[in-house]
Design a protein around this ligand. Sequence first.
Ligand code: B4P
Length: 192
Amino acid sequence: MRLVLIGPPGAGKGTQAAILRKDLGIPHISTGDLFREHVSRRTALGQDAQRYLDTGELVPDDITDEMIRRRLAEPDTQGGFLLDGYPRTVRQAEELGSMLSDSEGGIDAVLEFTAPEDVVVPRLLSRGRADDTEQVIRHRQQVYRSQTAPLLAHYAARLLTFHAVGSAEQIGERVLTALKERGLVTRRDESA
Ligand code: B4P
């Protein structure tokens, strides 16, 4: 199964992807994690990406697309994947469709996580990652509204929306139930 997770920073995409990865036995691919790994290994890509991460701007599409293209070429993605943080612009979504050779996008479902800004800001401040300063967090929320939220219309036919307030386990259960109700997960898909 191929899933895309969308939501404002702090809505819990990474958290839900970690839960679903275990339940579904498919790899979790997070562009944020991939960028941070490049930064810590001091690769050329990491050096390019660093300033965007620091300010909360999106890394340019061509850099991000190429990183994902390489990751999706790895054999563990054959049985599906959870894309967390990609696509983040309509242009990235179009590029993903062409990578997967499918004009419909090649995606089974898009999981949208919603949470109000006054809930996500304290969550991120308490996480305390290098880009989790209040100013950068607020800017990332703004970038989400202007550049990523338009993707929801692009994926309207496959969109499942979850209110992401409550315990991470409860939200994970709601997601799994919705995927089962739509026949996207059968007992055989569950790895547990
Ligand atoms: P990301 O790493 O994707 O960061 P994020 O949006 O803040 O989400 P994250 O997944 O980490 O947080 P989550 O909501 O799970 O991106 C970082 C940067 O990388 C971007 O600003 C950009 O520069 C760049 N980037 C990434 N993808 C890109 C792309 N496609 N194109 C261009 N640039 C890109 O969780 C946050 C916190 O909430 C955690 O501490 C968690 O424990 C907590 N939490 C989660 N669920 C909870 C719950 N139910 N209750 C209480 N707390 C909860």
